[in-house]
Each structure stands twice: as C-alpha cells, then as structure tokens.
Design a protein around this ligand. Structure first.
Ligand code: IMP
Ligand code: ZN
Length: 367
C-alpha cells in the first residue's frame, strides 16, 4: 500500500514538512530494516546461527501478514534485542528516524523485558529512558514513554508493570518521562476484563491509559472496559463504530467520554483487520467530528512512516492541507502531557507551522 500521491512526491514532502505528533509507536515494532540488519550482524558476530534475513522480518510494501504472523515476528525481533546494548541502539535509531520524519513529540511505548543474566526490567527501562534523555539533548524532539502491559502475559505481570511505573514517580530525573500505561499484545490472547482492576489501580496512581481496544471484534470486553471509564486513548478501536462492526452502545460511550482514537491505517490494512484503506473507520469517525490522531503503530513491521500515514489518510479521505494542519495541532490535546506542557507544545507547533507558511506561499494550508 503506497501513498499514491507519492507519485505526487510534493504532497509526501508536504506531509513530511509538517511538525507532527506520534502517539502510538511500539519500540520493537518501529525498527527499520537498517537497524534490524545491524542487530542481525551483531548476533552473527556472537556466533548465532540460522538467523532470518531482514526482509523476512519486515512487511514489504504491499505485502500483508496476519496479526498472528506479526506476533511471530515480534518474537524474533525480541531475540535480536535481548541485551542492553541492543536496547540502547534500537531506542536511539527509532527516535532519530522519527526526528528525520519531523516528529516533534513522540510517545514511545514498550513492554519491559527481563532476560536472565542479561537485564532486569528496571535495567531495560533505565536504558530506554537514558537514551531518550540523550537524544532529546541533541535533537528537536520531546519523547515520553508508556510502559506496555502485554495482555498475553497475565495479570501478575501487569501488576508488576504498574508497580515499576510507580517506582519511577519518585525518581529525580525519570519521573516526568513515564507518562502513562499502554495495554497491547495479541488481541486473541487473554481477557481484557481481567486487567480492569490493575488498570484502575494505575489510574489511581495518576497514570494515563492508552488501551488497544476492539482491534478485532470483541464487543463484550470492549463494553466492559469502556464502562469502567478508565481509558484515556483508544488504540485502533476498529470494531467500535456501528458501521464498522461495533454497536450503537460502544459508539455512544466513546463519543460520550470523547476518548481520542489512535488511528493506524497501514497497520490495520496490512494485518487484515480492515479490508482496505477506503473502508478504514477513520472516515466514519471524522463524520462524527471525533478526536483522531494519525499514528504508525509499528513503522518497521508495516514499512511506513508518519508522513506516509498522513499522505494515505489525506488521499483516501480527501483531507485538505488545512485539515492536516488542524490534525497536527489538535493531536496536542490527546498527548499525556500536563496542561502547561501541552500549551508549550501547541505554541511551538503553531510557530513552526507559521514559519513554514512564511517560507512557502503555496503552503497556505487552505487547499
Ligand atoms: P515492544 O513492547 O517494544 O517489544 O513492542 C512490540 C510489542 O508491542 C509486541 O510484542 C506487542 O505486544 C505490542 N504490539 C505491537 N503492535 C501491536 C498491535 O498491532 N496490536 C497489539 N499489540 C501490538
Ligand atoms: Zn499498537
């Protein structure tokens, strides 16, 4: 799936020039081919055999894989990133790639990993946070972290993740960097309802929650989670709208609470949960005038970038330049930043948009 307007490369460059906000990016899923190749090389040097080639690890353009196959890929990528040196490298590479795509604010999410004799979950998180701090010093980007709960790992593991996040709230340097909790993992594994009590606990501790919801048809658990009124942002939300396989009750709840949707078009189409781009639920939610943020999900796995996602959405849903500009600005409201930080970010994004407009008269934002 290409942004066919990339035949109109000007439009892709336009999308690239926009100061963007990325709110749904899984660290391991965001690895570029270049990074994976370097990781493979490092493993070969260690003497590892039977390593797959990078191409097998990435969904090539136009090539689709089921969700199940994607989760097998994550397993392989996790083997390549089973040490702190690799964790540092991938965090650095992913942040820099978002920087070169003109992403000005990035909420990365990752599942803390424990590898016996190599790293504890705390080592893993410390390494990601240290690298974020380092990269923020030299690049024009703000990065925050969500700790991911993997719904296939059970409630005890989830409780442990929330406890870890809590431990960081008293840390002098790291305390502002972890801004929330994500719930992800194979939607066919585990029951989301089992996690509600842990998520309520996380909310009580002040964490914002981004939850993968209704990625596949799952009305019962989706309804229970929405009724608990704990979700601050919905990942995907594919089967919520009545017209995309959800129900009126789900639609009403999401509208009532005005929960923003993280929209990941290539991810949904390539993994087959949405038939084609035209059928993507983004179109339905736009008609509801509902808060939406265009995101990548796994830019490596799905061979995409945030600019390409903007381009695809614009082309498919007839979004004008000024619609895209509005989306860049309105995304600030959906971040997990404090009121004051949101204000600062909004100002800097608006400033940049204004100077882009000044630098290029055709950049009117009205066509
Ligand atoms: P990590 O947490 O940095 O290792 O990123 C990879 C993990 O993100 C996977 O193992 C999944 O748990 C989660 N993930 C990535 N993409 C998806 C998705 O589309 N649905 C649900 N979970 C996902
Ligand atoms: Zn996701």
């Amino acid at each position: 799936m290409y942004c066919s307007q990339s035949s109109n490369m000007d439009f892709l460059s336009y999308c690239k020039s926009l100061p963007k906000i990325e709110l749904h990016a899984h660290l391991t899923g965001s690895l570029s081919d270049e990074t994976v190749l370097r990781l493979l090389e490092a493993k070969r040097k260690e003497g590892a055999v039977n390593l797959p080639e990078s191409a097998e690890l990435t969904i090539q353009r136009g090539h689709n894989r089921t969700l199940e196959e994607c989760f097998k890929l994550f397993g392989i990528l996790h083997c390549l990133t089973d040490n702190l040196e690799a964790v540092k490298k991938i965090t650095r590479d992913v942040i820099r790639e978002f920087v070169s795509d003109n992403v000005r604010y990035l909420e990365l999410r990752t599942t803390p990993k424990f590898i016996p004799d190599k790293m504890t979950k705390k080592d893993y998180i410390d390494t990601v946070l240290d690298t974020m701090i380092e990269e923020m010093k030299t690049n024009n980007i703000i990065v925050r972290l969500l700790l991911s709960i993997d719904r296939s790992r059970g409630v005890d593991d989830a409780r442990n993740t929330v406890q870890l996040a809590k431990d960081y709230t008293t840390h002098e340097i790291y305390k502002t960097l972890i801004c929330g909790i994500d719930v992800s993992g194979n939607p066919q594994s585990g029951k989301l309802t089992d996690y509600i009590c842990v998520l309520e606990e996380a909310k009580k501790c002040g964490f914002r929650l981004a939850v993968h919801l209704a990625e596949i048809p799952s009305e019962e658990e989706t309804l229970a989670v929405l009724k608990a009124n704990i979700v601050d942002r919905i990942g995907h939300g594919t089967f919520i709208h009545l017209a995309s396989g959800g129900s009126q009750e789900l639609l009403d709840l999401v509208k009532h609470y005005q929960i923003p949707l993280e929209v990941c078009v290539s991810s949904n189409v390539k993994s087959g949960t949405v038939k084609n781009v035209q059928d993507h639920h983004l179109g339905l939610w736009r008609k509801e005038d509902h808060p939406l943020v265009i995101c990548t999900d796994d830019k490596g796995i799905f061979s995409t970038s945030l600019s390409e996602e903007y381009c695809i959405c614009a082309e498919t849903f007839d979004l004008s330049k000024s619609d895209l500009i509005k989306m860049c600005i309105s995304a600030v409201e959906s971040t997990f930043l404090s009121h004051h930080e949101k204000h600062q970010l909004r100002l800097s994004i608006q400033d940049e948009l204004n100077s882009l407009k000044g630098a290029n008269n055709s950049f009117s934002g009205t066509d």
